[in-house]
Design a binder for this molecule. Structure first.
Ligand code: UDP
Length: 235
């Protein structure tokens, strides 16, 4: 096993599957099965999930809503997704804990780093909800922050494309994939891996990032085993 403790970042949009909005139950079950493979292999796994399938503060602000209000709505959306994922994981027999950056004691524990680490050591999957708990941030930043806090070896960004390309592979058939990149190359080539806040935080703390296709059967396990899947960004 190459990576012992990992943080998996899933976008909210990924949960939509073929739908236009909300949560696709089949997709949720597929993800839970993929996650079970790595948990059974003994990996300590923490997850941050986005909320874009339900609400994004920027989208609300574009229509005249107060940005801060919208961002808190987005953070609550990540808790809804976290609860859905928690249910799906427990259906697979995986022990989980949901920790929220916004206190919500009926549905989630508060985020407490030491407690999160203890859960991981006991083999529980820890889902971090409500992002960083602050407006004007993203769940990519929350994922990076939590990964650093819990001492994760790597952040795994599960997407629907199989890595980082020199241009958008969904729009350009000639797009070329990178197997690995340094942080500086990502800056120089202006590649979109994560938003700048998240990316800078990863770079400053030497946290490697792997971008990979989460929708491909067995890929998540391959990544943690150290197989060449997706694109690795590090020093
Ligand atoms: N959000 C926030 N602070 C955070 C994390 C998220 O305000 O620390 C809000 C923000 O409005 C964001 C929304 O929650 O648009 C959903 O998160 P994100 O857009 O990162 O989700 P994803 O794109 O991964 O689905």
């Amino acid at each position: 096993m190459k990576y012992k403790r990992v943080l998996l970042k899933l976008s909210g949009e990924a949960l939509m599957g073929s739908r236009q909005y909300g949560i696709d139950n089949d997709r949720l079950v597929e993800y839970a099965k993929e996650i079970k493979k790595v948990v059974d292999a003994g990996v300590e796994l923490a997850i941050v999930i986005g909320g874009g399938n339900i609400f994004r503060g920027v989208a609300g602000a574009a229509k005249g809503m107060d940005r801060v209000q919208g961002d808190y709505m987005g953070m609550l959306a990540t808790v809804i997704n976290g609860m859905a994922l928690q249910g799906a994981l427990e259906d697979q027999g995986i022990k989980t804990r949901l920790q929220s950056a916004i206190e919500m004691d009926k549905v989630a524990e508060p985020f407490i780093k030491r407690r999160a680490v203890r859960h991981l050591e006991k083999g529980r999957v820890v889902i971090f909800g409500a992002g960083t708990g602050n407006p004007y941030f993203t769940t990519d930043t929350a994922a990076t922050l939590r990964a650093i806090e819990i001492g994760a070896d790597v952040i795994l960004k599960g997407t629907r494309v199989d890595g980082i390309y020199d241009s958008d592979p969904e729009k350009n058939a000639d797009a070329v994939k990178f197997n690995s990149l340094s942080y500086d190359e990502v800056f120089e080539k202006d590649l979109k891996v994560m938003d700048m806040t998240a990316f800078t935080l990863s770079k400053e703390n030497n946290l490697p990032i792997i971008v990979f296709d989460m929708n491909k059967d067995g890929n998540l396990l391959k990544v943690v085993l150290g197989e060449e899947v997706g694109t690795l960004v590090n020093i």
